[in-house]
Design a protein around this ligand. Sequence first.
Ligand code: SF4
Length: 165
Amino acid sequence: MKITGTIINYYFHCKRQCYLFANRVNLEDNSEDVRMGRVLHEIKAKDGNNTEIKYENMVLDKVTSQYIEEYKKSDADTEAAKMQLLFYLKNLKDKGIIKEGKLIYNEKNKKENNKTEIIKLDDVNLKKLENCMEQIEILINQKNVPEVEKENKCKRCAYYEYCYL
Ligand code: SF4
C-alpha cells in the first residue's frame, strides 16, 4: 500500500494501528471521532465552506497561496501532525509546488487561543521524514502484527474492539 498522511499519523499514535490500517484492516467507521469529523465536513460542504482538497494520496485541509494548512483538534500529538504535514509538503515539492505548512490546533472551547505553528521542509525535516518513511515501510511489510500497546489511548481508538474483544 502507498504511504498516506493517515498512515504516517498512525505510526506515531500506535505501531499496531499503523500496521493494521496499511494492511487494509480499516476500522475507522467504528470511531466516534472520525464519524464526527465526517459530519462536520459534510455540513461545511453543504454551506460551501469546505476547503478540503483530495489530491492523490493526500487530503489537504486548506491550500492558500503560501501555505498548506492542517487543522488538528488538539496539540496532543504534535510529532504526528508535523510529520503528516511534512509528507504533504514533500509530495507537493516533488510535483514542483513549493509551500510552507501551517499547523492550526483548533482546540474545543478555545477559539481565541488557537495555536499556530509554521512547518518548513528544510534539510533537517526532510531527513527526519525520510527516516520515518523508511521505518514505516519496514513496519508495514513485516510478517507479524505488532502487539497491543495497552495504553489509555486505546479507549478512544477505532481499533479497540479488534484489539481487546
Ligand atoms: S486499541 Fe490500542 S493497541 Fe489497538 S490499535 Fe488502538 S491504540 Fe493500538
